[in-house]
Design a protein around this ligand. Structure first.
Ligand SMILES: *Cc1c(COP(=O)(O)O)cnc(C)c1O
Length: 244
């Protein structure tokens, strides 16, 4: 059995190799270890192995783990990566360092309101990513953007939402997040990642006041392809922590 440290090292090496294939600096890619369904000891072990960015997809589960790891708060960066229900938005705004899964204008507005209410001054604005669904896969949440390149109405509707989200004073829009449909061959995810990157480039031109720096895309089965297509954040669970 490989140890967690060995698996983590192997993932980091694969990240670096993928980055170098496309002349990117591996240091610009952030690895988020996805610990959903794993006990808090696994997060402690990850921290000891040098991984401090932790992704969870449920607010309640994360809250319990955060409580158990309160003494390590300064060493951990918590990422919310799963769909967020509006009735959990207050907790999410309070607890997480970044929310990857903002998938509607309404959710952004609610998060903004709570960020103003519950975040301490020193925390600054709440960093968020807009989750987009460019493949049209019905089981994936995200702003519905399938066909945005050929249907200006789809893109314009999204841009109208983006404009309003960018005006929310307590949120800091950092970029986009996506989940590619699962396919046996990771190469099949490439067009999805490429489309999300094009979308990001378009948004950066249209709304230059925001940074649009981050692309959170790529998981255990497809993170290398995602990095080749411009991912700045990869969210990896099974390759580091084993099957859930
Ligand atoms: C579970 C999950 C991951 C990690 O998936 P693995 O296949 O275990 O790497 C990444 N992103 C999201 C949104 C997830 O829910």
């Amino acid at each position: 059995m490989e140890t967690l440290t060995e698996r983590l090292t192997a993932v980091r090496e694969r990240i670096a190799a993928a980055a170098r294939r496309v002349n990117r600096d591996p240091a610009t890619i952030r690895l988020v270890g996805v610990t959903k369904a794993h006990p808090v000891e696994v997060i402690r072990a990850a921290l000891d192995a040098g991984l401090s960015d932790i992704g969870e997809n449920r607010v309640q589960e994360a809250e319990a783990k955060m409580a158990a790891l309160a003494a390590e708060r300064h060493r951990l960066t918590w990422h919310l990566i799963g769909h967020l229900q509006t009735n959990k938005a207050k907790k999410a705004a309070m607890l997480f360092d970044m929310v990857h899964s903002v998938d509607s204008l309404r959710l952004a507005q609610i998060l903004d309101r709570y960020a103003a209410e519950v975040r301490r001054e020193a925390q600054g604005r709440l960093p968020i990513l807009l989750q987009v669904n460019v493949s049209g896969e019905a089981t994936k949440s995200g702003f519905a953007l399938r066909g945005w390149e050929t249907h200006p109405d789809i893109y314009e509707r999204f841009c109208a939402d983006v404009e309003q989200i960018l005006a929310l004073p307590h949120l800091d829009v950092r970029g986009l997040m996506t989940i590619a449909p699962w396919r046996p061959d990771p190469e099949q995810a490439r067009p999805v990642f490429r489309a999300v990157r094009r979308l990001r480039d378009d948004l950066a031109q249209r709304f230059p006041a925001a940074a649009w720096r981050d692309l959170s895309m790529g998981m255990t089965d497809d993170f290398e392809v995602a990095i080749e297509e411009g991912a700045t954040i990869v969210r990896v669970g099974r390759a580091i922590f084993g099957e859930r």
